[in-house]
Design a protein around this ligand. Structure first.
Ligand code: RM4
Ligand code: MN
Ligand code: MN
Length: 443
């Protein structure tokens, strides 16, 4: 089935087709097949959960934003092996997020990267998204690539550049991104800089930091009152000697100097091996400076692998700190922090991969909700180390998948999203329509 929307652009009516790729009755049919087994599993787990209805409410409210650049097949610097039926436009990317959300009812927003996905007609784009139950999360600026027709190059950086004219160009780009975001009702600008140096002596660290701060201050001035600025850090790549916002301390320093609208964004892949991310998260939260997350998983570096595919225990430990810290500050779990995926898929179907990522995030969240907080606190106060570990692992070893499935069912989603996606032949239909060799915009 398809619904039709009409938009007026320069006085001309443009017909815009909203394709409902998945109908509610198809999800119901799918759920019917899994229902009996699901109910048995759910009841078994639910009876040991202290306040199951509170947990279910929290799981239902919990959504994770999808980045516009994750819907095409990713590549490496050695090549890109395109999958079929990739979205060819922003509209098609929104449609794909619509598929994900219809299946899991946990991905109700999309985060745009400018200029990869410039919304030419914001009104039309917003209506398309709204038809699918979606809105717009943070907008991301891009000063890590030179765009065609760009006057000055970012070869030696952007906001930290030694040349004021380059800094000005990068500042103006960020302000333009805010303007696009305002049109879409986004509420945050997320800034990731590749600025850094490749060799010792290339850069004066102090001046680079000060230039970055001054540039960010100008962008900060342009933020609407109800907007936030999220500052991402990364230790290396594409620069291999230094990165100007290299770790959470440097990001935090900038955010503190900028003011209350600025905070630190944690991308899970942006740490050196062995970093204790959960401790970083706990302290940023304590200071009211945790902007949110770019979720992904990694084994070696910024691998951008599916969330939970390598180290689900770390993800659980992060969520354990999040739940404890958010509760300590009386924060709403679903809305006080920016939850977003930042991953790139080069061998999987991106939609399946994103469904898996969202699922892994919700599993970690549910397990963190199950931690017996009081018992843990008393174990900590008594220095009962073994008991503290027992308590954490009791929650982590609980198979909470039926809780996630139940939350999805209650919200009108599928009990088993990947299975439903496959049985409904969504990708096959996308290939028929969009072709086998499409290339999505982005990295
Ligand atoms: C960077 C960083 C940014 C993302 C780009 C595509 O490594 O994670 O958040 O926008 O990649
Ligand atoms: Mn990121
Ligand atoms: Mn990254």
């Amino acid at each position: 089935m398809s619904g039709r929307l009409w938009f007026i652009v320069h006085g001309v009516y443009i017909q815009n087709e909203i394709i409902m790729r998945i109908e509610k009755y198809q999800i119901d049919e799918h759920n019917q097949q899994h229902l009996a087994q699901h109910k048995r599993q759910f009841e078994f787990v639910a009876e040991s959960v202290a306040d199951i209805s509170d947990v279910m409410k929290k799981l239902q409210a919990f959504n994770i934003a999808i980045p516009s650049w994750a819907l095409g097949t990713g590549g490496t610097r050695f090549g890109r092996f395109s999958g079929g039926g990739e979205p060819r436009s922003l509209e098609e990317k929104i449609e794909d997020v619509g598929v994900i959300h219809a299946l899991n009812k946990s991905s109700n927003s999309i985060s745009l990267h400018i200029p990869w996905d410039i919304p030419e007609n914001a009104g039309a784009i917003k209506s398309l998204a709204a038809q699918l139950g979606l809105h717009f999360d943070a907008v991301n600026s891009n000063t890590f690539q030179d765009q065609p027709n760009q006057k000055l190059s970012y070869k030696y950086g952007s906001l930290h550049h030694v040349d004021k004219a380059v800094r000005k160009q990068a500042i103006e780009h960020n302000i333009e991104v805010i303007k696009y975001g305002v049109q879409l009702d986004s509420k945050a600008l997320s800034v990731w800089l590749s600025d850094g140096s490749n060799f010792p002596g290339q850069l004066n660290f102090r001046k680079a930091f000060q230039n970055t701060l001054e540039s960010l201050q100008e962008i900060y001035q342009a933020l609407p009152d109800d907007w936030k600025m999220w500052i991402e850090y990364k230790p290396y790549e594409p620069n291999f000697y230094s990165t100007t916002i290299g770790d959470w301390g440097q990001s935090y320093l900038l955010a503190s100097k900028l003011g209350s609208k600025a905070s630190t964004l944690v991308d899970l892949g942006h740490h050196l091996q062995g970093a204790n991310i959960e401790q970083i998260v706990s302290l940023l939260l304590m200071e009211g400076k945790l902007a949110g997350f770019h979720f992904n998983d990694s084994k070696y570096g910024d691998d951008d692998l599916t969330v939970g595919s390598i180290n689900p225990y770390q993800l659980f430990l992060i969520f354990n700190e999040l739940v404890e810290g958010m509760d300590a500050r009386g924060m709403n779990h679903a809305t006080s922090i920016g939850w977003m995926i930042d991953a790139s898929h080069n061998v999987k179907d991106p939609i399946e991969d994103l469904l898996q990522s969202v699922h892994a995030i919700k599993i970690a969240y549910a397990q963190a909700l199950l931690v017996d907080k009081q018992a843990l606190q008393s174990a900590q106060n008594n220095n009962d180390v073994a008991q503290a570990q027992e308590i954490l692992q009791q929650a982590y070893r609980t198979d909470v998948r039926s809780l996630i499935a139940e939350a999805s069912l209650l919200s009108g989603g599928a009990l088993a999203p990947v299975d439903a996606y496959r049985k409904l032949n969504v990708r096959e239909n996308l290939i028929k329509e969009r072709g086998l060799k499409t290339v999505a915009t982005g990295l």
